[in-house]
Each structure stands twice: as C-alpha cells, then as structure tokens.
Design a protein around this ligand. Structure first.
Ligand code: NAD
Length: 435
C-alpha cells in the first residue's frame, strides 16, 4: 500500500530523478517543468504549445564609452514570455553569466509567478552581460541608459515593466525611468518598479518579499495545525529577503532559532534576539559572532530541528543529498529555486510542505504591481494599505494553491503551476487567436 502511494506520488513529481536538471539549460528546465504539469491538464493542444515559448525576444549589442575613452560593446537581452494577462513584468540583471536561455527561463517563471498570485501581468526578464563590480558608477549609468534606449521599442508602462534583479537596484531603475521619460517627453514613472520613493516608489516595497513569506507561512501553519506562536524558524541568507523575514517572524512571536549568511550561521534553540543580530550584522558585516548564538554551518542549518525552514539565499540548497534529513515541517522558498526536483520528491514523500518560490516570494512582484497602480493613478498609498492588500493577495493565493494540492494529491509546486497555467490558458482562450 505504502509503495503504491509513493509510486503514485513519484509519477506526479515534476522532474524525475533520472533526468537531473544539470543536463539542461535553464530554458529547457523551465519548459520541462511546464510540460510535465501541462500534460496532465485539460487544455487545448495549440494553447499548450503557445505557452511553451516566449512571445518575443530581443537581443541587442550596443556600444558604451568607458571612463578611459575606449568603446566597449555589450550584449543584452529582453524576453517577454507572455502578455496574455497583462503587460510583461520582470527584472533586469547585470551579470557576466547572463545568457539568452536564462533570461527566457526567468521570463517564463515570472509568467507563472504573476498568475499564481493573480496580478494582471505576464512574464518578462532582461539582462546585460557585464561585470558591474569592475565598472564605475558613471559607466554603469551610461550602460543602463543606452540599454534602455535599445529596449525602448518594446518596454513601456502598458507593455513591459522592468524591475531590479541581480546587481541592479533602485538607482538603476531611476536611470531607466529618466531615460525613457526623456525619449517620450514626459515623466513616465510606471515604466519601471522598484524605484526610489522620491520618484514614485511604493511604501513597503523593500519589505514586501519577506512580508509575503510571513503571510503564506502563517496560512500554512493554520492549515497544518502548527501554532505560529513559538514555532521554531531557521533562515538561510540574511540579505533583503532573509533579514527582514527574520525580523517579521521574531515580531510575529516565533522563535527564530538559526540564521546564516555567506560567512556562516548562528543557532540558539531558545531563539535569537533578532534586533541584536541585525545590529551586529550592520556593524561587522555578518551574523557570525552575534551575542547569544552558537556557530552553525549553512549545511547544518538546513537540517536543524525546527518547524519552519526558510531558504533565502541561493539556488539548489535542498537536494537529493540532504532532503531526507530536513526536519522542518514547512519549507518556505524565499529564494528562487532553492529546492532541486529530487529534493521536492523526497520532501513530498516525507510529508514536508514546501511552499514554492512562485508563491512564497511573490510578495515582491505584488507590491511592484501596487507601485505601478499608484504611478498610473498618481495617488500614493500609506504603508498600512500596501501591507493590508498584500496580506489579502498572499492569503488568497495560498488558499488557491493549497486547495488544488489537496484535491489533486500533488505537492504545492505542481499545484501552483496548475493554478498559474490554467489562468494564462484561460486568458489566451478568451482573447482568441489574432487575426
Ligand atoms: P541579498 O543579496 O540581499 O541577500 C542574499 C543573502 O544570502 C546574503 O545575506 C548573503 O550573505 C547570503 N548568502 C550568500 N551565499 C550564501 C550561502 N552560501 N549560504 C548562506 N547564505 C548565503 O539577496 P535577496 O534580495 O535577499 O535575495 C535572496 C533570494 O531571494 C534570491 O534567490 C532572490 O532571487 C530571492 N528573491 C528576492 C526578492 C527580493 O525582493 N529581494 C524577491 C523575490 C525573490
């Protein structure tokens, strides 16, 4: 009986162990994940085919004058996976390893993320192959402005709305907004999100990802009968997502028993004093050595005796090698892609609830959507309103995904894909095929 059950569950897992994700480029992985879910869904075959590909990809090569007077040619990309439910939405990254296939995959994942939480955007992503760590601020500014010019044929507040991503930030968004506005002859704050508050950024954007994680974990606890008060939480990564999550869980009455960053982690079974850990990190640049914590490695943190585990750093942290030792009952993916398909299967079989990235960390893009709405209306919301609306969307989205997971007997990642794919397919179907 037990074997039958695990065979049945294995069949429903998205990527079988034999096909390790390492054999594929990121876009092939994204397509593979999509194919394995959509094949079980009752959707027109032509519409299934439409969703397998980006609607549009732009590849640009453009010159930038460097500080020493030399000219360098950079290569950049923007992929728009789907605009069926609204304008494309997604970050722009500056990184030496950016590839077209990566950008296409990330754009597809953005489509599913926006659809999972029901915000009226499709998915996009862009990037420039460059190493910002070796460039001056003015070189990065010129690169950003010229890249924006190259993209201006396809971006815009009703077409495609970029946001910060790896090695881009609020300042980068301000340059994009300014460049685009100069071209059209009027200020267009809604062309990007993640802007500084001075030019139309939203209150609450900085905390939104972590706050969204908190809301979905709270809902998971409610459904699984785990009291949130006193729940033991371990968090890997102490940057924007991880450190703010630590504070919110601490303030929410949980015991944050372990946190870590790239230098290592700290642990206290009775709970860490998170405000002191944050102050320590600000002073010395790492959580290691903060008062009241014993040292712990990043690997040990993942296997710690706790109720809730929040990977908030890198991809591929929970793998076939360690998933069987994870003791948490809930894993909430603040990071993108922290769980490999093998680990997904193992955790599902062991009854661990994994709240997938496209749901768990969608608070960021949700408040980006609020920023865009505020820009279009030229009317700005107080932070309480932003947080309240975020809470409504995250709570409802958790329920949508959790109920499909229960009904279909699949894990929450597959359920989230089902919810998202259905929404995009419905939009394509009712819009019809042009001409
Ligand atoms: P960040 O750069 O602010 O922080 C990353 C943290 O991870 C840092 O504390 C760093 O020290 C730590 N880290 C690096 N290597 C590590 C290792 N080997 N072990 C443990 N910790 C390590 O980044 P962020 O914005 O917090 O993003 C973290 C993750 O969350 C990424 O996967 C990102 O894509 C995802 N995410 C972030 C947002 C957001 O709004 N910030 C939104 C959606 C998804």
């Amino acid at each position: 009986m037990r074997d039958e059950l695990s065979r049945e569950r294995e069949k429903k897992t998205m990527v079988p162990e034999a096909k390790s994700s390492k054999q594929f480029n990121p876009f092939e992985i994204a397509q593979y994940q999509y194919d394995s879910v959509v094949k079980k869904m009752d959707i027109d075959e032509g519409i299934k085919e439409i969703m397998r590909y980006p609607e549009r990809v732009l590849h640009v090569s453009f010159p930038v004058k460097m500080d020493d007077g030399s000219i360098r040619v950079f290569h950049g990309f923007r992929a728009q996976h789907s605009t069926a439910r609204g304008p494309a939405k997604g970050g722009i990254r500056f990184h030496p390893d950016v590839t077209l296939e990566e950008v296409k995959a990330l754009a597809m994942w953005m489509t599913w993320k926006c659809a999972t939480v029901g915000i009226p955007f499709g998915g996009g992503k862009g990037g420039v192959i460059c190493n910002p760590k070796e460039m001056s601020a003015s070189e990065i500014e010129r690169l950003t402005r010229r890249f924006t010019t190259e993209l201006s044929a396809i971006i815009g507040p009703t077409r495609d709305i970029p946001a910060p991503d790896v090695y881009t930030n609020a300042q980068t968004m301000a340059w994009i907004m300014d460049t685009y506005s100069m071209h059209v002859g009027e200020p267009v704050p809604a062309v990007v999100t993640g802007k500084p508050l001075a030019i139309g950024g939203s209150a609450g954007r900085n905390e939104a990802t972590a706050r969204g994680v908190f809301f979905v974990v709270r809902e998971a606890c409610r459904n699984l009968n785990i009291p949130l008060a006193g729940a033991r939480v371990a968090i890997q990564g102490f940057g924007n997502a991880g450190s703010i999550a630590a504070r919110l869980f601490f303030e929410g009455g949980c015991k944050v028993v372990a946190v870590s960053d790239s230098k290592g982690g700290i642990f206290n079974p009775n709970g860490l004093a998170i405000p002191k850990v944050i102050a320590h990190k600000e002073r010395v640049g790492t959580v290691v050595g903060a008062e009241g914590g014993e040292d712990i490695s990043n690997e040990d943190l993942l296997e710690l005796d706790c109720d809730i585990l929040i990977p908030a750093a890198l991809e591929n942290q929970l793998t076939g090698a360690n998933a069987s030792r994870v003791k948490a009952r809930i894993v909430a993916e603040a990071a993108n892609g922290p769980t490999t398909p093998e680990a997904d299967r193992i955790l599902f079989e062991r009854g661990v609830t994994v709240i997938p990235d496209i749901l768990a960390n969608a608070g960021g893009v949700t408040v980006s959507y609020f920023e865009w709405v505020q820009n279009l209306q030229s009317s700005y919301w107080p932070e309480e309103k932003v947080n309240k609306r975020l809470e409504l969307i995250m709570t409802r989205s958790f329920e949508d995904v959790f109920s499909v997971a229960k009904q279909q007997g699949v894990h929450m990642r597959e359920a989230a894909y089902m919810v998202a794919i259905r929404r995009v397919a419905d939009a394509i179907r009712v819009r019809g095929i042009y001409p």
